[in-house]
Design a protein around this ligand. Structure first.
Ligand SMILES: *Cc1c(COP(=O)(O)O)cnc(C)c1O
Length: 379
């Protein structure tokens, strides 16, 4: 069983060895820039590669400002703080996401509220969000107050799952109506667009990740993108210990963070950004190969972006018609050295988020039992 799929994947990557889910590629100027960085002695959080990397990500995404951070989780944490998320506030997100999304909310001493995803995008559902806000909140002094908990809902964090864009324009409209800021978790969607606009640029703030398993990597790294100059300035300030510029004095005006991306990592990022267009083309090609193959499998669906959406196909995903067949597939492929992974467990089933308020999560529950990621490294 599933031998045809395993053979097919082995043929794509032309190997009999272990096939990982997503491994990085270093085929460009990575070593050159890293050597240059070491020779310059500017290996830490100040240097030309940080500036260059930020400029190239801003240009690529079309955001006015980009601020590099040590990882994507740190970018989310700062993004939430700059959306005025304070202790005891609430932040709405989807239950179907990587744990970092929910953790960043907790770092602010705020509470996550989980609202369902759409089945086709696997991202936050604008209809379900709107329903929840209409039924369960009221505007008091211009603030969206949760009638059940009496807490203020300060932000909504939609996530573009596996690079598939969510219906982000509608989500932003719903949030505007309810006076809530949008922080887009675009960690997985560098190179993904909705209505020809880059994901992460619809809301007040977007965040990216350059972890080793993402579309491009800096080893570890992240980025906050925004069109708001004040937020961009504050982001740079509080990711660099809130040090006010002075030739020699140590002046810090608030308790802040050491979240800036080192120049050494940014050197890797500059080289990876040069390769990004080629990686994206390569990933489109791979997705097409998978799509054509799964046309012939009537119990498995290949997941595609919705109309008006362009996916970077960071991780290719398929949907099974039952939990049993999904489990069999995971077992057989992983035992045969072809790495596949189920989608995440819902956040509200993890011990630290088990008491969080949730909307109806029917879609997320179904997807939790059906979705599997396939090897998706650049060929
Ligand atoms: C990768 C990822 C992050 C951030 O991860 P870091 O490892 O901190 O860079 C955040 N959210 C989602 C959905 C992710 O996939």
């Amino acid at each position: 069983m599933y031998k045809d799929i395993i053979d097919f994947i082995r043929n794509i990557y032309k190997t009999d060895e272990f096939i990982p889910l997503h491994e990085p590629r270093f085929r460009g100027n990575e070593k050159k820039y890293i050597n240059e960085c070491i020779d310059s002695t500017f290996v830490s959080s100040v240097g030309k590669f940080v500036d260059q990397f930020e400029a190239s990500v801003a240009k690529f995404t079309g955001a006015k400002y980009a601020i590099a951070t040590v990882n994507g989780t740190a970018a989310l944490h700062i993004g939430l703080l700059l959306s005025d998320v304070q202790p005891n506030d609430e932040v709405i997100t989807q239950p179907l996401t990587f744990v970092a999304t929910a953790n960043a909310i907790s770092y602010c001493n705020a509470f996550p509220v989980f609202i369902d995803v759409d089945v086709d995008t696997m991202g936050l559902s604008p209809e379900k969000l709107s329903d929840f806000l209409n039924k369960n909140t009221e505007l008091i002094d211009g603030k969206c107050v949760n009638k059940t908990t009496k807490r203020i809902i300060k932000a909504v964090v939609p996530m573009h799952t596996f690079g598939l864009p969510a219906r982000i324009d509608e989500i932003v409209l719903v949030c505007k109506k309810h006076h809530i800021n949008v922080v887009e978790d675009a960690a997985e969607s560098l190179g993904s667009y909705y209505k020809n606009q880059h994901t992460g640029t619809f809301g007040l703030i977007g965040t990216l990740s350059f972890n080793g398993n993402k579309t491009i990597t800096t080893g570890g790294g992240g980025m906050l993108i925004t069109n708001d100059e004040t937020i961009a300035k504050k982001a740079k300030h509080i990711t660099t210990t809130a040090k006010t510029p002075h030739l020699w004095d140590y002046n810090h005006d608030v308790t802040a963070y050491n979240y800036r991306l080192p120049n050494l990592n940014a050197a890797l990022g500059c080289a990876q950004m040069e390769s990004l267009p080629e990686y994206l083309k390569n990933k489109q090609k791979l997705a097409k190969i998978y799509k054509d193959f799964f046309k012939n499998e009537n119990t498995i669906d290949f997941i595609e972006p919705v109309k008006n959406g362009t996916s970077n196909f960071w991780l290719n995903a398929i949907k099974f018609d039952s939990l049993e067949s999904r489990n069999t597939f995971l077992e057989i492929t992983n035992n045969k050295g072809v790495m596949t992974r189920p989608i995440w467990k819902l956040m509200n089933t993890l011990p630290m988020y088990s008491s969080a308020q949730c909307g109806n999560l029917d879609n997320a529950r179904t997807l939790e039992n059906r979705i599997v990621n396939l090897p998706s490294s650049v060929i």
